[in-house]
Design a protein around this ligand. Sequence first.
Ligand code: NAD
Length: 423
Amino acid sequence: MTSISEGTFESSESYRTALQQLDAVAKRLALDPGVHERLRYPRRALVVSVPTRMDDGRTEVFLGYRVHHCTILGPTKGGIRYHPGVTLPEVSALAMLMSWKCALMQLPYGGAKGGVACEPGSMSRRELEHMTRRYTAEIMLVIGPDLDIPAPDMGTDEQTMAWIMDTYAMTQGRTVPGVVTGKPLLVGGSAGRRDATGRGLVYVLSQAVREAGLELRGSRVAIQGFGNVGSVTARLLWREGALVTAVVDAKGGVFNSRGLDIRALALHAKEAGTVAGFPDADPITTADLLELPCDVLVPAALGGQITEQNADRVRAKIIAEGANGPTTPEADGILNDRGVRLIPDILANAGGVIVSYFEWVQGLQYHFWRESEINSRLQELMTRAFSQVNAMAKRERVDLRTAALMVGVRRVADAFELRGFYP
Ligand code: NAD
């Protein structure tokens, strides 16, 4: 596999990070070398051109991807990202993380991810719809309710999922709710899906905070990103009585040592398109936010934010990774040495895929559950996973990321052993 690894994937920082994590855990678990090697690469990856007619009459061709990392535990599941930085290795790394996350949460899925390299913020609604429909048509061969089920990720939302479902449904001549999750409620979405990632994060964060002898009430929290994950996390923590002192998004940030009024901030962000400029607060940059003295730091925007350059200046006691891959392996080591407790992405942000799983099950059965039922099942799965990871961390004397990966990778590897080698 040398040619694949050198040529296609390992030139990317995010793929190297994913491999570094897998390789370290494989060693600890004494994984079978054949299984380990298979887990280092995606099962399949599709690259597509997405020609889109722009509003000014031009045709723009975007590059799109859909990657299935592993199908050993069931159909694949993972988000679709619209962002200029989307590349094949990045999507492949994220698909691998999804495999560990689904296995950790005991969901019957393998990991997948997709995306289109584009700037969604500068595209009109019509352009986005056309691009989404064409992208869906191009990846049609590899998605389906028992094959691969996409969901929203950065730059995509409920509307994007509705367009994907509609495009798929048109080719089948019937509505197929199980083909995507994260849909609007009216067309087969699940109660609680919109808040699921932030809510799940708050469930595990409460456990970690208690373990550290702290309380959520009165804790000072800094959040990077005020999209789906960041804004819901901020709202729920604020309701629990935490002081959310700082929030940044792509256009700027705000800080108030007495805590921001999150309801008012959400209204401001909705109108202004950014948290920046919120009254009764001082401006703050992402770099400042990451180094702010606080109890809890929630990176909920991009990957690669906490690195060896700034990890020794992070002053939070607990980090809960809302985003995927916000901390590099080098930074992990520094934070560990400094006693910062980090709840890793595959645990902290798994609420989204859990309620996506609930949505998929509801869609297949045409039977929908109450939000209270969904939230309590979500809490049950999140707290069970936290306890398993925490127990593994104590038993093996490792940090929570290593422990979470050990639980997830072990389950996937065991399934490989059980199913055997084809042909
Ligand atoms: P989103 O598009 O709704 O929001 C992203 C937020 O990040 C926005 O507020 C944006 O302004 C901000 N941002 C972008 N660039 C930034 C920068 N350079 N500095 C500061 N802020 C910046 O996306 P989301 O769905 O909230 O996802 C955020 C992260 O969480 C991603 O890493 C995603 O993979 C991960 N995640 C999302 C879900 C989900 O259910 N939405 C589930 C699991 C993981």
